[in-house]
Design a protein around this ligand. Structure first.
Ligand code: SF4
Length: 390
């Protein structure tokens, strides 16, 4: 087994880590953690310098999906107390996207739950994209609408959509364990349709769902074969009311090793620390930015992330720059001031995490009991009257 330094040297000169090397990284000890991170960080610096690309999620349509992905709070039969709503109007979609842009995002991700869009849905997202881009010419738009049918990727591309997200999530050999309503091959097919239509393929994984280290490597290999431009790595958020509730398999150190394995196997792919980073990387999040070059600002689709200011603090304190911003520190101050003004103007709606749900049940909150963290269900931003976390 070559040293981590040798693996990084080879990755920097165009030969990514082999599956066996990446597996050895996943199985390396905590004593070696900083050496692994340092190796992956060199590759990250080579391709992305000190830049962090900030993405912002807009959940256009939430819940009530007919699919049964076991990790998903929006799945068929989910008892998670998430927000459920149908399509946001176009002007509201732009308003929500612009909160993220003001917070430093250079890419907005327009996401809708469901198996896949109808042609009417595609037209709706096409027109939202045209509107967002007409008012914000530098923005990148990524759509995430589920399985695509013939012609839909081309239509999105022609409307100005830049990228399409469709995660593989886990290995083919593990897929039946997490979903029965579609197959791994279905997912691959949509990534290929998007890529073939000229949309930048964004596809990643969810770890912490019972997969083996070999299956993590199997998934990364397939993402590499698909030539994914962006790879979001999600860390399972074990929502109450889903089959994976109570699943806590990850340690912060292991999450870092997974990011290093992706970086060294896919040296020049955009690597995004995604959902669950607060819960699983915890205090090691800033270290992860030396391996990954991108994150989502603020909240996720159905759960709340840490404060957007804390995301920006992490970037500024780490000495990173933000793609599209002249100064990360000045941006942070602007965001802080704008958010304080917005919160003051919108009170009491803007108060975080209401004490009870509309149905009268107590609102789930992020709590840590015996080391088990329960995620906070999103109650602000898209689909609510409350100020977004951006
Ligand atoms: S298809 Fe998407 S929204 Fe539906 S259950 Fe699966 S992950 Fe959730």
């Amino acid at each position: 087994m070559p040293s981590f330094t040798t693996i990084a040297d080879r990755a920097c000169s165009g030969s990514p880590a082999t599956p066996d090397e990446a597996l050895a990284i996943l199985q390396s000890s905590d004593d070696d953690l900083l050496d692994v991170v340092a190796a992956a960080a060199r590759v990250r610096r080579l391709h992305f310098g000190d830049a962090v690309k900030v993405n912002y999620l807009v959940n256009l349509k939430s819940g009530l999906c007919p699919e049964d992905c076991g990790y998903c709070s929006q799945r068929l039969g989910s008892e998670s107390e998430i927000l459920k709503y149908s399509w946001l109007p176009g002007d509201e979609a732009r308003r929500q996207a612009e909160f993220g842009l003001a917070g430093g995002a250079s890419r907005v991700c327009l996401v809708a739950s469901g198996r896949g869009p109808s042609n009417r849905d595609v037209e709706r997202v096409a027109s939202m994209t045209e509107d967002i881009k007409a008012h914000n010419p530098d923005v990148e738009v990524c759509a995430c609408l589920g399985f695509l049918k013939g012609g839909q990727a081309e239509r999105l591309r022609s409307a100005g959509v830049d990228a399409y997200n469709h995660n593989l999530n886990t290995a083919e050999s593990n897929y039946a364990e997490i979903c029965s309503t579609h197959t791994f091959a279905d997912r691959v097919d949509t990534v290929e349709q998007a890529r073939d239509a000229g949309l930048s393929p964004c596809s990643g994984l969810i770890v912490g769902m019972g997969e083996s280290p070999e299956q993590i490597i199997e998934t990364i290999l397939e993402l590499r074969r698909l030539d994914a431009d962006s790879i979001p790595v999600n860390f399972l958020i074990p929502f109450e009311g889903t089959p994976l509730a109570g699943t806590h398999e990850l340690t912060p150190q292991h999450c870092l090793r997974i990011l290093c394995a992706v970086r060294l196997m896919c040296p020049d792919s955009e690597l995004r620390i995604a959902g669950g980073r607060e819960m699983h990387l915890r205090t090691l999040q800033p270290l992860a930015l030396h391996v990954a070059n991108s994150l989502f600002l603020g909240d996720y689709l159905t759960s709340e992330g840490q404060d957007a200011e804390a995301d920006l603090d992490m970037i500024v304190d780490g000495g990173f720059s933000i793609v599209g911003a002249d100064s990360a520190a000045e941006l942070r101050e602007r965001v802080r001031a704008a958010k304080a003004a917005r919160t003051a103007a919108l009170l009491p709606e803007a108060a975080p995490a209401a004490a009870s749900l509309p149905c009268g049940k107590p609102a789930p909150a992020a709590t840590a009991t015996g080391g088990i963290v329960v995620p906070t269900i999103r109650r602000r931003g898209a689909g609510t009257a409350a100020a977004p976390n951006a």
